[in-house]
Design a binder for this molecule. Structure first.
Ligand SMILES: NC(=O)c1ccc[n+]([C@@H]2O[C@H](COP(=O)([O-])OP(=O)(O)OC[C@H]3O[C@@H](n4cnc5c(N)ncnc54)[C@H](OP(=O)(O)O)[C@@H]3O)[C@@H](O)[C@H]2O)c1
Length: 259
């Protein structure tokens, strides 16, 4: 761990000082759920009062401890799924190859509009053989699709909206076992509504932002509330790093209804 990294403690389930987030996240069981999709997790940061961005960016919410956890979680992913809104807001670059791995996770960008610059960093910096996947709809603009096909692999899933169940099945068929969604809130909302989520990692930042920033997952309510179970809580530098996994021992029917 780097010198700048504040000591990280595990609060739950096994209280301990000086834990290594890379080791902790790598040791988690993410065997694929039943069916044809990969294990799907979301990783997001939010302030104590629930803001996911300040002035439209999330970068100012974290610090060195959050960066360490962010990288540790990226290291378990085969594919990073991200909404085009986040790519535009955060000037996304290429994920790095995690220590001990041969290649970086592949980026998959979800977009209906295809309004992503083909000359952008996200495409220009991709290593050979790891160019990003652009996931779009049948009705998306043909000329924009052709322009992006020069720098990305195009995956068409769904007619008006990207069908995330179809997308995840296609990614599994391409070999992805773990798909990490890095937001933003609208894409997360679609994933929750599709019922396609196994794990959510939340970094709670010691800040109060007020404002009207969206929640971690934003959009149409899920048909059923998804019961989750607290798996781990780490702490460093006044931040809390929560890992919740789907609680398969509680049926959705016994959870509160969304209607
Ligand atoms: N706190 C955090 O950890 C965190 C993480 C990520 C982002 N953020 C913040 O969140 C904000 C961006 O989030 P956002 O919710 O506005 O955007 P987003 O979820 O990143 O992207 C939304 C866009 O993704 C595409 N999209 C998502 N689901 C789709 C579907 N089912 N079918 C077709 N297209 C779909 C659409 O792209 P097109 O518009 O191209 O059609 C849509 O406009 C930024 O402020 C960013 O800083 C925070």
């Amino acid at each position: 761990m780097g010198d700048m990294l504040p000591p990280m403690r595990e609060l739950y389930p096994n209280p301990a000082d000086d834990v290594d987030p890379v080791e902790r996240y790598a040791a988690d069981d993410r065997s694929s759920p039943a069916g044809e999709r990969p294990w799907v997790l979301i990783n997001m940061i939010a302030t104590v009062d629930g803001a996911t961005a300040i002035h439209g960016r999330s970068g100012t919410l974290g610090g060195p401890a959050d960066k360490a956890v962010f990288s540790a979680i990226r290291a378990v992913a085969d594919v990073i799924l991200v909404g085009a809104g986040t790519v535009r807001a955060e000037s996304y670059g290429t994920p790095r190859t995690p220590p001990g791995k041969d290649e970086p996770p592949r980026l998959a960008i979800v977009t209906r509009s295809l309004e992503i610059d083909p000359a952008g960093r996200v495409f220009a910096e991709a290593p050979p053989g790891r160019r990003p996947i652009v996931v779009t709809t049948e009705r998306s603009d043909a000329s924009r699709r052709a322009a992006l096909a020069g720098v990305a692999d195009i995956l068409v899933a769904g007619v008006d909206d990207v069908d995330l169940t179809q997308t995840l099945t296609a990614l599994r068929q391409q070999g992805a076992r773990v798909v990490l969604c890095e937001g933003g809130p609208s894409l997360n909302g679609h994933l929750v509504a599709a019922g396609a989520l196994d794990e959510i990692c939340v970094s709670v930042a010691p800040l109060l932002a007020g404002g009207s920033s969206p929640r971690l997952a934003h959009g149409d309510a899920a048909p059923d509330v998804v019961p989750m179970r607290l798996d781990r809580a780490l702490e460093a530098d006044n931040m809390i790093f929560l890992r919740y996994v789907r609680n398969r021992s509680v049926s959705a029917a016994s959870a509160p209804s969304t209607s």
